[in-house]
Design a protein around this ligand. Structure first.
Ligand SMILES: [Zn+2]
Length: 82
């Protein structure tokens, strides 16, 4: 299965990590849009899904890191996220 995790300010983060509803809504929105973009990406050689780590110091300065079984999977994931 597709794996998306968030590390904000060096800490792994989920919806309940946020103090206010606005931030947790933004978090859910980002997560959902990444999920939609890469939902069809799958490695046909290794039958793996990408692992995505969204990192940044806060929700406004996030960058996306992609890990996977091979460069082909990583490249096709990155292409979807453009
Ligand atoms: Zn692969």
């Amino acid at each position: 299965m597709l794996d998306i995790s968030f590390q904000i300010n060096g800490k792994s983060t989920n919806a309940s990590s946020f103090q206010n509803e606005l931030e947790s809504a933004v978090y859910e929105e980002i997560k959902e849009s990444i999920k939609q973009s890469v939902r069809l990406v799958h490695c046909s050689v290794h039958h793996e899904y990408p692992k995505i780590i969204v990192k940044g110091k806060d929700l406004n300065s996030l960058s996306i890191e992609v890990n996977g079984c091979c460069d082909t999977l990583i490249e096709s994931t990155l292409a979807k996220l453009q």
